[in-house]
Design a binder for this molecule. Structure first.
Ligand code: FAD
Ligand code: SF4
Length: 334
């Protein structure tokens, strides 16, 4: 591991200044992703700015919305009564991730900023444009089972790994950051980016910007929401495909809804085309299939040494239909 300086500032402003002052400096939260990357040589910061103990761990109400501070641990967020009642999709997404021990360490600020689980990204002996810009992409023509079917580029085909981020995207959450240029708020759906020509950049955050909290809006569709994750093992595995859906029904018609996919793209994939097909319709297998077809019309499978990932396209369609079937049946049974 490369030697680095370490500091534990007393205020968020000091933490921001410390990271912004050095191009390679990084914030350290729960460390469950970053410490692994230090050991593997994937991350080589000259300075770590420890924000544990600095970030608030409060979950609070604000005018009907729920504000979650960045220091809240994933396990505490999943257990919060307000989250379980009003945003079940978020509790389910959190509980589908990692292990209890990891969730006890992982934070709300660090979870969406964890980096891809592409095996080549984590292996510093292989070319990888995300880790080392311009070196090439070993995944293209390599092992692609966990890679993207939507929004990939010829520079990178990696997927984003966070389950929580898929739920947050679907919930229309807002992210608050403080950085060298001051404070700002951005829609959670704009936090992550597609790879394009700069796969080394996972997010739209500037260097030194610190996530302070995330707001969940009060909505008509978040109470009737769920997260389904399809993976190679029943637990302790990243998603091949995941689906987050929330909807409201009135007069047996889907009044409003939100959908996001995980495991299919470089960012949590908000499925607006599918939403458009479904909004205002009576739930049926035909309309579920039409929604999935509309969303996945541009999906592109990758060939690979492991047989490629074409299976993900029908898997995503079937998982979406299954979730819609369950959620709308629940509504009819109420
Ligand atoms: C074996 C294993 C299995 C896992 N399985 C899953 C899974 O199935 N699903 C899943 O979603 N996750 C999974 N994870 C990932 C885990 O959830 C993340 O590592 C964790 O959520 C990251 O949070 P952290 O607080 O530990 O972040 P850290 O590791 O401390 O930091 C991660 C990144 O975020 C930055 N950062 C942290 N906090 C802030 C902030 N407030 N503002 C700005 N930047 C910040 C850091 O600089 C770093 O770049 C798994 C991890 C392991 C080790
Ligand atoms: S898919 Fe992206 S992260 Fe994986 S090897 Fe290619 S460039 Fe690197």
């Amino acid at each position: 591991m490369k030697p680095f300086a370490y500091g534990k500032p007393a205020t968020t402003a000091e933490a921001v200044r410390a990271v912004a002052a050095e191009p390679s400096a990084m914030f350290l939260a729960g460390g469950t992703n970053l410490v692994d990357h230090l050991k593997l040589g994937v991350a080589q910061p000259d300075r770590l700015v420890d924000i544990t103990g600095l970030m608030s761990t409060e979950i609070r109400e604000d005018d009907g919305e729920l504000v979650i501070d960045a220091g809240v641990r994933n396990s505490d967020l999943a257990a919060d009564r307000r989250v379980r009642e009003r945003y079940p999709v978020l509790a389910e997404a959190l509980l589908s991730g990692a292990s209890p021990q990891l969730r006890n360490m992982a934070t709300v600020g660090g979870n969406p900023l964890q980096r891809t689980r592409c095996v080549y990204f984590q292996d510093v002996t292989t070319p990888c444009n995300k880790r080392s810009p311009g070196s090439g992409c070993s995944a293209i023509g390599g092992y692609t089972r966990h890679h993207a079917i939507l929004g990939a580029s010829d520079q990178c085909v990696a997927t984003h790994p966070s389950d929580m981020a898929v739920a947050m995207t679907m919930l229309d959450a807002r992210v608050h950051v403080i950085g060298p240029s001051g404070e700002r708020t951005l829609p959670f759906a704009e936090l992550h980016r597609l790879p394009g020509d700069h796969p080394e950049r996972d997010t739209t955050l500037e260097h030194g910007e610190l996530i302070t909290d995330i707001t969940l809006p009060a909505t008509s569709w978040s109470r009737r929401s769920t997260y389904r994750k399809v993976r190679d093992r029943a637990s302790y595995a990243f998603a091949l495909v995941s689906v987050a859906v929330g909807l409201s029904i009135s007069d047996e018609t889907i009044e409003d809804l939100r959908i996001a996919f995980g495991g299919v793209a470089h960012k949590p994939w908000r499925a607006k085309r599918a939403e458009e097909v479904l909004r205002g319709t009576r739930p049926s297998e035909d309309v579920f299939r039409a929604a999935a077809d509309a969303e996945l019309a541009d999906a592109q499978a990758l060939d690979g040494l492991d047989g490629g990932n074409a299976f993900k396209i029908p898997l995503a369609a079937r998982t979406l239909a299954a979730v819609l079937r369950d959620l709308t049946a629940e509504e009819r049974d109420r």
